[in-house]
Design a protein around this ligand. Structure first.
Ligand code: ATP
Ligand code: MG
Length: 393
């Protein structure tokens, strides 16, 4: 049986300079964590590539491939056959390994790359020879060097020669942990899990805060949020979800403040509480799923009023996206089906009939000052409990 290996390539671009080694270590660590779930693999790296080599027949290559495709910082993954570094073995392996990948396809080309310059043939010669071998065993296929259906790659590398007939895009982005830690405000909606995914993709490790309003929100609503965190964790790694009760704050708001301002006031409480948790947990930014103009609290004026409550940067990766674009990502990462389960959110209880869309900060503050803001924040913080979502790959 032909032995297969995964070649996970990380782009050079983000890895220049002094950070390179620590980025590479992060990537290797991520791969090793995932590999542990799929069997016995040897993981090593050379030439901007992480090699994932199964050590026995039980190792689950399909599972590992899937898991590796969720590691941020990897730009491409090839599943490749391993050969000895001589043309006889490469030819023999190509004749056996490549034909199934060409079934039903019309054209192919061979691209050879020789990073081991000591290898006797150059890339052109290797491509030509192996192309010829493949044509012999697959007589109905043609070579098309410009727009081939399948590219067969032959790579002569440090530790061996590799043949792959399918290259896949990696998750892209930067290794998680390479860009600090952020606190995601995670609701049960479609947008905030996507926002978390997008920042994790830029290398941000995530903690999350979820606000609930028990008994106005249900236990099932909270379960749904933890389920969403579990899915995001497949990409971002473990997430600590801090659950905070807003029940008392909401009840006080309803009693004391003008209805039109409820949502805005609540959002300022949320941001303030989130900032406190962020600072305690070493998170350097808040992350929300807001998208400009999507709802009354997401106009520029409203976002300004919300931001004025905090002194940390607020990242809103969905800000310029249409709902459709956000949904496309939610489907891709697997959160959509969970997000659309119809459970209430604390933002949807006590919603004003006529929310302010162009609020003025002074008027908001006048409403806010009707309550003891600081004391209510403290009290809410006191309700916090933390759930450790362990990544399952
Ligand atoms: P989503 O689809 O993410 O719920 P949304 O369009 O429904 O977003 P809002 O409900 O106004 O918008 O919330 C805006 C953002 O505020 C959310 O993306 C999320 O980051 C945060 N947020 C809303 N509700 C909660 C909550 N209960 N706990 C934590 N964060 C929340
Ligand atoms: Mg929501």
């Amino acid at each position: 049986m032909t032995k297969e290996i995964l070649l996970c390539k990380y782009g050079e671009i983000v890895l220049k300079g002094a950070n390179r080694k620590s980025f590479e270590d992060m990537l290797s660590r991520e791969m090793k964590k995932r590999a542990a779930c799929y069997g016995n693999f040897d993981i090593y790296r050379a030439q901007s590539t992480i090699y994932i080599e199964p050590m026995d027949n039980e190792a689950d290559m399909d599972g590992m491939f899937e898991a590796a495709s969720k590691v941020f910082g990897i730009v491409a993954i090839a599943r490749a056959a391993v050969c000895e570094k001589n043309m006889e073995d490469i030819a023999r392996t190509a004749r056996k390994y490549v034909p199934p990948f060409l079934e039903g396809k019309k054209t192919f080309k061979v691209e050879a790359k020789r990073s081991d310059k000591a290898f006797a043939l150059d890339s052109m010669q290797i491509s030509r020879e192996i192309g010829g071998e493949i044509l012999e065993v697959c007589p109905s296929i043609r070579v098309d060097v410009h727009h081939p259906d399948v590219i067969v790659k032959v790579e002569i590398r440090e530790f061996g020669a590799y043949i792959s007939a399918g290259q896949f895009k990696g998750a892209g982005g930067m290794p998680v942990g390479s860009n600090g830690k952020g606190l995601l405000l995670l609701s049960g909606g479609i947008d905030s899990p996507v926002a978390g995914y997008m920042m994790a993709k830029r290398g941000v490790r995530l903690d999350a805060v979820h606000f609930e309003s028990f008994p106005y929100t249900s236990e099932r609503a909270r379960e749904k949020v933890l389920e969403l965190a579990q899915i995001v964790a497949e990409y971002s790694g473990d997430i600590f979800v801090h659950v905070v009760s807003l029940t008392h704050i909401q009840e006080e708001l309803v009693k004391a403040c003008e209805e039109d301002y409820f949502t805005l006031l609540l959002r300022r409480y949320m941001m303030t509480i989130a900032e406190r948790i962020a600072r305690e947990k070493g998170c350097m930014a808040l992350i929300t799923g807001e998208s400009l103009g999507q709802v009354a609290s997401q106009t520029m004026q409203a976002l300004g009023v919300t931001d004025a409550a905090v002194n940390l940067p607020v990242f809103r990766p969905c800000i310029g996206m249409d709902k459709e674009e956000i949904v496309t990502i939610a489907r891709k990462i697997g959160t959509f089906e969970t997000s659309i389960q119809p459970y209430e959110d604390c933002c949807t209880v006590f919603t004003p009939r006529h929310p302010r869309t162009k609020p003025e900060l002074a008027k908001v503050l006048a409403q806010e000052n009707k309550l003891d803001f600081a004391a209510l924040v403290e009290e809410a913080l006191g309700t916090t409990y933390t759930v450790h979502i362990k990544a399952e790959y």
